[in-house]
Design a protein around this ligand. Structure first.
Ligand code: NDP
Ligand code: BG6
Length: 506
């Protein structure tokens, strides 16, 4: 295709991404360039940013990993990755721009000479591509590999240009290791140079929770214990562990999703209005929520592991039958919990949360269930089908917001039934939603940290998880305890039903 890419001001493709200043010239260095994240998310995100002309003109990508690969092999593999995973159609001119500044270095991070080779290629890229010594290092590597790398980068950092680090989750394995990692990084880098990524914060619908709450006058007055009966947060996946057994056996659902994505969704739902939308103010408010979370007792947390079953019509193996998983593995693939935020706004209002792999469908949602109307002046039979009002933020798929309200059924009499008022992104904005990684990579290039987690947030998240995991050491549930393709173990239903409530039917 020969047509040129429209400039920012006239480019309709830019809807859905905030168009601000263009980032400084820089080199984007990916540690872990032979891995899954790089090919499925990072390079396709860079391609989409290039497609929309949101990258600086002077830009380079350096991939680093142990696997041997030449520059050309790396480029060719990344081209295939873009064709397979990018949300935009493949355009040769866009790809040529990106591939023109793409290099690869094969090295073990433990090898100091490897760091010299990385440094040498970066200097060459500064000269060839005008990247001015600015570096954005992306750590797409297991947490165990981060320490050595940070130390080497810190010791070798030069005075020229800026340096920023994007660090993937999970950040450490528990509170102690997260603190050690924070201390190590902070020996060499300032907090404003550190971007701890939680890709859920880059999702449009997650940010929309802030817009919904703080750009509309009608919700805030009722967003509290007086009007809200309870909140339900669901992060359901139909997929299994996708060949990531080495990682998942160590992490389990609690470290993979609960510690980060789920607690961030809860913090955004429960936080107080920030004074402004600067990174410090937003994060100050989120951390207050995380600090107010009451440690749940053993009866308020349920864990599960899937057995063999059927998902979307296909038979799938149980977790213990997945390649690389121990036949007696006690790793959980499901967690449900009843949490309380101990503050004036939320005291005694339960937040029921659940997340798991191999559930019937993919669905992430936050449902705010309001209290029943205090006195409906209708006969009881007229309101049999009436449920309390529920505001649901559909994070994915079918992104949008819906509000369940009671409405009169047309006809004689006064029969009331629940109907939904829906807002769907696709219908309202007629634009594809950007991938979370596009937004987050762009923000890090601009030095904008609002959508990244701060040290204290990560540490609060780990404190809660450590307390839950410590309690788990005292018992040994009979795993597997839910068949793949079902909504989790029966004890998860008990968790909410003993409060005379039930999980939303999704
Ligand atoms: P992979 O196992 O697919 O890739 C890990 C990468 O790290 C490989 O490129 C590997 O390269 C490299 N690596 C590991 N150890 C070393 C070392 N000592 N020296 C040099 N390179 C090393 O993992 P993913 O890509 O799936 O995940 C990477 C990170 O991103 C993890 O922290 C994960 O939790 C996080 N993440 C991943 C998501 C995903 O969808 N994949 C989603 C969210 C977060 P080689 O073996 O060639 O050296
Ligand atoms: C990752 C987890 O952080 O998030 C994966 O490691 C999970 O296990 C993934 O599948 C889900 O992300 P998304 O954006 O598909 O909901």
């Amino acid at each position: 295709m020969t047509e040129t890419i429209p400039q920012q001001e006239e480019n309709p493709l830019l809807e859905g991404l905030l168009v601000r200043r263009t980032p400084d010239p820089c080199a984007f260095v990916i540690f872990g360039a032979s891995g899954d994240l790089t090919q499925r998310k990072l390079i396709p995100a860079l391609y989409s940013l290039a497609y929309r002309r949101l990258l600086p003109e002077n830009f380079a990508v350096l991939g680093v990993a142990r696997s041997e690969e030449s520059d050309d092999e790396f480029r060719s593999r990344m081209e295939d990755a873009v064709k397979e995973h990018a949300r935009d159609p493949f355009r040769q001119d866009v790809w040529d721009f990106l591939a023109g500044g793409m290099r690869y270095v094969a090295t073990d991070f433990a090898d100091e000479k490897g760091e010299d080779r990385v440094g040498k290629v970066l200097t060459e890229l500064d000269e060839e591509r005008g990247t001015n010594g600015n570096r954005l290092y992306y750590f797409a590597v297991p947490p165990s590999a981060i320490g050595t790398l940070v130390q080497q980068l810190g010791e070798q950092r030069s005075a020229e240009g800026w340096v920023r680090l994007i660090i993937e989750k999970p950040f450490g394995h528990n509170l102690e290791s997260a603190r050690e990692l924070n201390a190590l990084i902070q020996e060499h880098f300032a907090e404003h140079e550190i971007f701890r990524i939680d890709h859920y914060l880059g999702k449009e619908t997650v940010q929309n929770m802030l817009a919904l709450r703080f750009a509309n006058g009608i919700f805030e007055p009722i967003w509290n214990r007086q009007f809200i009966d309870h909140v339900q947060i669901t992060v359901a996946e139909s997929i299994g562990i996708e060949g990531r057994s080495g990682y998942y056996e160590q992490a389990g659902a609690i470290r993979d999703i609960f510690q980060n994505h789920l607690l961030q969704l809860l913090a955004l739902t429960a936080m107080e209005p920030p004074i402004d939308f600067t990174s410090e103010q937003v994060r100050n408010e989120k951390v207050k929520v995380l600090r107010s979370l009451h440690t749940p007792g053993p009866k308020s947390v349920v864990r599960g592991q899937y057995g063999r079953g059927f998902v979307e019509g296909e038979e799938v193996p149980g977790y213990r039958e997945e390649e690389g998983v121990a036949p007696d593995s006690m790793t959980e693939t499901y967690v449900a919990a009843k949490l309380f935020v101990d503050n004036w706004r939320w005291a005694d209002t339960p937040f029921y949360v659940r997340m798991g792999k191999r559930l019937p469908r993919r669905e992430t949602s936050i449902a705010i269930q309001f209290k029943r109307a205090p006195h409906p002046p209708f006969e009881e039979t007229a309101t049999e089908e009436l449920r309390p009002n529920v505001l649901v933020v559909h994070v994915q798929p079918d992104e949008g917001v819906s509000l369940a309200i009671g409405a009169k059924v047309p006809g004689a009499g006064m029969k009331i039934r629940t109907v939904n008022m829906d807002f769907l992104y696709g219908g309202a904005f007629r634009t594809g939603l950007p991938e979370a990684y596009e937004r987050l990579i762009l923000d890090a290039m601009l030095g904008e940290a609002t959508l990244f987690t701060r040290t204290d947030e990560v540490e609060e998240q780990w404190s809660l998880v450590d307390a839950i995991v410590a309690a788990w050491r005292r018992d040994r549930p009979g795993f597997p305890n839910y068949p793949a393709g079902t909504w989790g173990p029966p004890s998860a239903a008990d968790l909410i039903e003993r409060d005379a409530r039930s999980w939303r039917r999704t």
